[in-house]
Design a protein around this ligand. Structure first.
Ligand SMILES: Nc1ncnc2c1ncn2[C@@H]1O[C@H](COP(=O)(O)OP(=O)(O)OP(=O)(O)O)[C@@H](O)[C@H]1O
Ligand SMILES: [Mg+2]
Length: 201
């Protein structure tokens, strides 16, 4: 569970977020929509602890969260290295069987030895999504994970998110795809004029 209390975030004079009270519950998917510059990425960066808040409080188990940022970040190296090295660094054992299955599912297993820089935008997004899943965290924050991914693979992402939800994970996903938001979310949220508004359940 994540509790947001009296959160305010400014950039300069501009109030970006003003959220008096909101609770994110375990085992639920929250979709966040809103126009460009609305403050969606800022919100999940605050939840992840990358960006500080100016006022208010958060109740959150930080070590149990993972953020998949809007702009993917990788190590120099091949796909396999990018899907194994991060876990070595944080001393997490991952199942190579699970990794192999995910690569096959997204039809990028043949790219294992390819340099990450040679991948297309969508292929990189798939690698980033797989890496996010492998962390096996309880709270998963995804910033437009399917923006550059084809339809078939987007549905695969949705399917996996629904499975993770069934396992009790809390998922916050930012998307501009309103149909996707309606398909998968328990709660549809919109950031509008700094407010976090419930648009449906
Ligand atoms: N580090 C920063 N310094 C100053 N302003 C910032 C900073 N980061 C974001 N902003 C501003 O805050 C506002 C919200 O940005 P944010 O990235 O959260 O938007 P967003 O809703 O994710 O938009 P998009 O749909 O384009 O990804 C924007 O106007 C942006 O220019
Ligand atoms: Mg954004």
């Amino acid at each position: 569970m994540i509790k947001v209390m009296g959160l305010k975030k400014y950039y300069g004079e501009k109030l970006i977020l003003d959220i008096p009270n909101f609770t994110f519950e375990k085992g639920k998917i929250y979709s966040v929509i809103g126009k460009n510059g609305a403050g969606k990425s800022t919100l999940i960066k605050i939840l992840s602890g990358i960006v500080s808040l100016d006022e208010g409080k958060l109740e959150i188990e930080r070590e149990n969260t993972i953020l998949s940022p809007q702009e993917p970040m990788f190590f120099k190296g091949d796909v396999w290295y990018n899907l194994t090295e991060p876990f070595k660094l944080c001393k997490k054992k991952i199942s190579t069987d699970k990794l192999e299955k995910l690569l096959k599912k997204f039809e990028i297993d043949y790219l294992k030895k390819a340099s990450i820089n040679s991948l297309s935008g969508g292929e990189k997004a798939k690698v980033q999504f797989i890496r996010t899943v492998l962390y096996e965290k309880d709270c998963i924050f995804l910033d437009e994970p399917t923006a550059s991914i084809d339809k078939k693979s987007s549905f695969l992402v949705e399917e996996i998110l629904l499975e993770l939800k069934k396992m009790g994970k809390l998922i916050v996903i930012i998307t501009h795809d309103h149909d996707q938001a309606r398909r998968i979310s328990d709660t549809l949220l919109e950031i509008d004029e700094a407010k976090l508004l419930k648009r449906g359940t």
